[in-house]
Design a protein. Structure first.
Length: 327
């Protein structure tokens, strides 16, 4: 009998890709998403159309709705959970902090409580590279101190890690947190740099280049990220099969491991869109950091993770999708 996995945020950028991989591997997938209007709901609906599969079902549900979450877990009896649902966006957290507490704190607590009351083999959940905050040491390593967040979004993600550690210790919830670095590719979010840049370039608007372009980002192609998430999820479930196994809480970086200068990223995008960008150089945005760089050694060693999609290949795929999807 196929194992049943809950994917939260299934209508999201990464959640949809992860769900597709799970379905291709024979899992039964139940997706939930609150379909909020942080960005256009039509994009989320179009992603869900990609998940038209006999083994996929979807429920519009808010993570903060504790009774609905408990009812779902009790009814479906999940074997595992991949928790990707959250209020995303660093800059938006400066404008609407309550949304981050509701979704990222209360919502995650509800996920943990459900995993406690209706035990699952493994909970894999999304953290963020933003937890490294104002750290200056690179590459970022999970052993580094993470006590200086630069945004409320980062603070909520670090809170998730501490909450998961507590539930593992007290209630034996077997969990793995993944610190995502900058993800790009087809079906991405409109608030992220690749989409913002591409939309401005295609419509002859100037693009905002923050910190005068002196920024490095660990850009990672979405297929590499999604494949890594599934590998981590399966490895976490498998470790509980060993005789005498005890629940663990692990943290990993998941990124490309090779930061790219922002201007190089823009040049590659210009090449594949076939248009030059008009650039407005701007100061650093509040909540931003100059460099993100993932040390992925542990993930490579423990689960065989690789992120081998070249930037040129990934940007080409994104640009071709963008030109076909966005008018």
């Amino acid at each position: 009998m196929a194992k049943k996995v809950l994917v939260t945020g299934a209508a999201g950028f990464i959640g949809c890709e992860v769900s597709l991989i799970l379905l291709s591997k024979g899992y039964t997938v139940v997706g939930i998403d609150n379909m909020n209007s942080y960005y256009q709901v039509s994009l989320k609906e179009d992603r869900l159309k990609r998940l038209d599969h006999a083994n996929f079902s979807f429920h519009r549900m808010d993570l903060a709705d504790a009774p609905a979450m408990a009812s779902l877990f009790e009814r479906e009896k999940f074997d595992g959970v991949i928790h990707l649902g959250a209020q995303a966006g660093v800059r938006y957290s400066l404008q609407n902090p309550q949304a981050y507490v509701d979704s990222n704190i209360t919502g995650f607590l509800n996920v943990l409580e459900c995993c406690r009351k209706f035990p699952v083999e493994h909970l894999a959940y999304a953290s963020s590279s933003s937890v490294y905050g104002r750290n200056t040491k690179t590459p970022f390593c999970t052993d580094d101190p993470v006590c200086k967040p630069s945004s409320l979004y980062a603070a909520t993600k670090r809170s998730n890690e501490l909450m998961a550690e507590t539930y593992c210790h007290l209630f034996q919830v077997n969990a793995t947190g993944l610190r995502f670095f900058t993800v790009y590719g087809p079906w991405g979010r409109p608030d992220m740099a690749p989409w913002l840049f591409a939309d401005a370039i295609m419509h002859d608007r100037p693009i905002k280049v923050f910190n005068n372009g002196n920024m490095m980002r660990d850009f990672t192609y979405v297929a590499d990220i999604a494949g890594g998430v599934v590998k981590v999820f399966e490895a976490g479930a498998a470790r509980m099969d060993a005789p005498g196994a005890e629940a663990e809480h692990r943290l990993y970086n998941i990124g490309h491991g090779k930061p790219v200068n922002l201007l190089e990223f823009i040049e590659t995008l210009e090449k594949h869109l076939g248009k030059k960008a008009e650039k407005n150089f701007m100061p650093m945005q509040p909540g931003d950091v100059e460099v993100t760089w993932a040390d992925t050694t542990a993930l490579e060693k423990d689960v065989g993770y690789t992120a081998d999609t070249d930037l040129d290949v990934g940007i080409k795929a994104f640009a071709e999708w963008f030109k076909g999807y966005v008018r």
